[in-house]
Design a protein around this ligand. Structure first.
Ligand code: NAD
Length: 472
């Protein structure tokens, strides 16, 4: 077991000012992998002071200079792909194939996308008798979750640095090791001291101290709605900018005439990947009432391909969930569904056979789910798909829009035109049309309770900029 006592602050690894630590578990074996400091409010003070001290000089660098640093950072991510994937397998339990392609591959693609955007971005604009400068927002607090631990770090830190901001990162308690690896890559890229800082720690202590710190100008948060609300309140009081990515309960709507087998099979894969721990997952499948039984049968067959197992084994497609707490939460939702009248078509709350250790959950398909049920309203964050029947298109739209969330979704129809017409009426930030694939430069973020602001692409960069107008 590795015992780390240090955090990356002001360009160096420094011991935490506190004495508490956080044990990092391997969710597949329940063994302790490592420990990291539980950073204190004083650690956060030191990190914010370092970021503040570096902010003016970094903000004044030419975009070409930042591009050179970020190119080295991208190269570091590329060189460490297998180490990144291995770390995410160990601390999150993502299967190695998925961890390599997505958990390590996506951050690299996102970093590359910001090199392209930065190279072509116009930081000044003539508006009438004014020149408008896009200036950095200042010191950024980045608070990230554990489900795509490196992606969520890169999707905040890289555009923030590209914009000329300095950053203090507080990663999730469950996955601090890939965050430490990222800090090492930043260090090797030679970024000036204080431009990027890492404080590990628990949310209620280090996270809260960072979100409320008077030295922070902008808080970029991804995680639960409950914590997002707290952060928005604190940030509002401090007149700080805030960007919130708070998860979802996304609907995948199969319209009459669509390829049902493909739509349902893709949906099952979408929900099972990363053990269902994806904020944009299509956790509600909406199908026409007269195709309902057929859809459930297709889903059950597709789910059988996701056999829970060792995430380090190449053939595994479904690993454990991240923690005992998360497993209890997911099982609790399955039990609630049954109590409220849903039917377990496959899976269930019982532990999977033959897996005595590890935080495993059976891949579960819930049938006879109705829109008001808890599992049709709340984010479960586990390998659980709810299937709902609708009468007609208006009913499908009412169900799709009938939650507090609005992050993502899917629409399948006989042609793209019909699907687009439906998607335009959905209250959600992203919709995949007939299986359209994820686009790492399209704006990502929520309508309604799914959050405030957008990540990725040009929109993601602009979250970290503020305009200044000079008149002539
Ligand atoms: P969380 O919101 O508690 O944690 C996310 C991050 O916020 C972590 O870094 C955490 O340390 C930090 N944090 C916690 N309390 C804080 C506070 N008071 N002030 C500042 N920062 C704080 O999420 P969780 O407990 O890890 O997961 C709970 C649920 O949230 C999940 O089951 C899931 O439904 C949802 N979730 C959503 C996403 C997403 O991508 N939108 C990601 C992870 C979790």
């Amino acid at each position: 077991m590795q015992q780390h006592g240090d955090q990356y602050i002001g360009g160096a690894w420094r011991d935490s000012l506190g004495s508490e630590s956080i044990a990092v578990l391997n969710p597949a074996t329940e063994e302790v992998l490592a420990s990291v400091p539980a950073g204190t409010a004083e650690d956060v003070d030191t990190a914010v002071a370092a970021a503040r001290a570096a902010a003016r000089a970094w903000g004044a660098t030419a975009p070409e200079e930042r591009l050179a640093y970020l190119t080295r950072l991208r190269d570091g991510l590329a060189a460490r792909q297998s180490e990144i994937a291995g770390t995410v397998v160990a601390e999150l339990g993502a299967p190695i194939g998925f961890a390599t392609a997505v958990q390590a591959g996506l951050p690299l693609a996102v970093a590359q996308s910001y090199l392209d955007i930065l190279a072509g971005y116009a930081f000044t604009e003539q508006v009438g008798n004014s020149i408008v400068y896009a200036e950095p927002a200042g010191v950024v607090a980045a608070i990230t979750p554990w489900n795509y631990p490196l992606h969520q770090i890169v999707a905040k830190v890289v555009p923030a640095l590209a914009a000329g901001c300095t950053v203090v990162l507080k990663p999730a308690e469950d996955t601090p090791l890939v965050a430490r690896l990222f800090a090492a890559i930043v260090h090797e890229a030679g970024l000036p001291a204080g431009v990027f800082n890492l404080v590990t720690g628990v949310g209620a202590v280090a996270g809260a101290a960072l979100a409320g710190h008077p030295g922070v100008d902008l808080v970029s948060f991804t995680g639960s709605t409950a914590v997002g609300r707290l952060i928005a309140e604190t940030a509002g009081g401090g007149v700080k900018r805030v960007a919130l990515e708070l998860g979802g309960k996304s609907a995948n709507v199969v319209l009459p005439g669509a390829d049902l087998t493909r739509a349902v099979s893709v949906n099952v894969g979408n929900v099972m990947s990363n053990s269902g721990q994806t904020c944009s997952a299509w956790t509600r499948l909406l199908v026409p009432a007269d195709q309902y039984q057929e859809a459930v049968a297709i889903a059950v067959k597709a789910a059988a391909k996701y056999v829970p197992g060792d995430p380090a084994a190449a053939e595994t497609r479904l690993g454990p969930v991240v923690s005992a707490k998360q497993r209890a939460r997911v099982r609790g939702y399955i039990e609630t569904a049954v109590r409220e009248g849903a039917r377990v078509a496959t899976g269930g709350a019982e532990p999977p056979e033959g897996l005595d250790r590890g935080f495993y959950v059976r891949p579960t398909i819930l049938a006879d789910v109705t829109p008001e049920m808890t599992v049709a309203q709340e984010e479960i964050f586990g390998p659980v798909l709810s299937i709902l029947a609708y009468r007609d298109e208006e009913h499908a739209l009412e169900i799709a829009n009938g939650t507090d969330y609005g992050l993502a979704g899917g629409v399948w129809a006989a042609d793209n035109e019909t699907a687009v017409a439906f998607a335009r009426r959905m209250d959600t930030g992203q919709v995949d049309i007939n299986g359209g694939r994820f686009n790492p430069i399209a704006p990502f973020g929520g309508y309604k309770g799914s959050g405030v602001g957008r990540e990725l692409g040009r929109h993601g960069l602009e979250e970290f900029l503020q305009p200044k107008s000079l008149q002539f």
